[in-house]
Design a protein around this ligand. Structure first.
Ligand SMILES: N[C@@H](CCC(=O)N[C@@H](CS)C(=O)NCC(=O)O)C(=O)O
Length: 236
C-alpha cells in the first residue's frame, strides 16, 4: 500500500501530535527526520515548505501544510474523524484547538527558549518564571473545562479527539523542557482530570506506536523522560 502522507519532523517535536493522529486515522506515512543539532530545519529546502523553519510539515499529494493545529484540522476534516464535525461540540472543539495552539503551545515555546525572546540572564530567568506561572494558569483553566464534562475522561468527554493528543504532547513537554529547568509533575491532586486523561492516553495503541517511532520511552506523559537521542539533539 502506498504512503499517503509525508511528515517532516524530529523526534519528540510537535510532529508527535500529527503522528498520533495519522495512526489513529489508520493512515500510512513516510517520515523525513530532520536533525535539529545540524540545523537541518533551517535549510533552504525545508524553508521552502515552511518559511518559519519549524516542524512539523505535512505533505499531502505534493501540497505542504505547516502549523500543528492547521494540520490537525486539515486531517480531521478530510477524514471526518477525531473531531466533532458539527453542532455545539464543533464550536467547543475549535475554540480549544486554537487555545492549545496560540496560547499554551506558544507560551511553552517561550519557556523552552527564553533567549529567543529577551537578552540577559536575569531577564531570561524572570521571563521563565512569569511564563511558567502563565502556563500553570492555562492548565488550571483546561482542568476546569474538563470538569464541565458529564461523563468520559477525554477533553470533550466521551469521544477522544485530536485535542487529547495535542494536550498530551504539551503536558509532556511542560514537564521536560528546557532540560534542567523543568516544571514539576502534573499533580493528581491539583489537576486530577488532566492527570487521568494523560494516564489513559498512554494506553492507546496509536500512542504507543507513535512514541516508539519518535524514540520516546514510557511513561510518555506523566513523569516523562527525554527521548532516546544523543544529548545535543534533545531540544524542546
Ligand atoms: N506554531 C508551530 C510551533 C512548532 C514548533 O514549536 N516546532 C518546534 C519543534 S516542537 C521547532 O521546529 N523548533 C525548531 C526551532 O525553534 O528552531 C506549530 O504549531 O507548528
Amino acid at each position: 500500500m502506498p504512503e499517503n502522507y509525508t511528515l517532516y519532523g524530529s523526534p519528540d517535536s510537535a510532529n508527535l501530535v500529527i503522528r498520533i493522529l495519522l495512526k489513529e486515522l489508520d493512515q500510512r506515512m513516510k517520515t523525513i527526520w530532520l536533525n535539529r543539532a545540524k540545523q537541518e530545519h533551517q535549510s533552504t529546502a525545508f524553508r521552502a515548505l515552511n518559511p518559519q523553519g519549524l516542524m512539523p510539515v505535512l505533505v499531502d499529494d505534493g501540497q505542504p501544510i505547516f502549523e500543528t493545529a492547521a494540520i490537525a484540522l486539515y486531517l480531521t476534516d478530510k477524514h471526518g474523524a477525531l473531531a466533532p464535525q458539527s453542532g455545539t461540540e464543533r464550536t467547543r472543539f475549535l475554540q480549544w484547538l486554537f487555545y492549545l495552539s496560540n496560547t499554551l503551545h506558544a507560551d511553552l515555546r517561550a519557556k523552552f527558549n527564553c533567549g529567543n525572546y529577551i537578552d540577559g540572564e536575569a531577564e531570561q530567568s524572570a521571563l521563565h518564571s512569569g511564563i511558567s506561572r502563565r502556563i500553570q494558569r492555562h492548565l488550571v483553566l483546561i482542568e476546569a473545562e474538563l470538569a464541565r464534562n458529564e461523563s468520559g475522561s477525554w477533553f470533550l468527554g466521551e469521544c477522544v479527539s485530536v485535542l487529547d493528543f495535542y494536550l498530551g504532547a504539551l503536558c509532556r513537554w511542560w514537564q521536560l523542557y528546557p532540560l534542567g529547568n523543568t516544571a514539576g509533575p502534573i499533580s493528581q491532586d491539583v489537576l486530577p482530570r488532566i492527570h487521568r486523561l494523560l494516564h489513559e492516553l498512554a494506553d492507546r495503541p496509536s500512542v504507543v506506536a507513535a512514541c516508539t517511532e519518535e524514540r520516546i520511552n514510557a511513561p510518555y506523559f506523566l513523569a516523562p523522560s527525554p527521548p532516546d537521542l544523543p544529548a545535543d539533539q534533545i531540544v524542546g
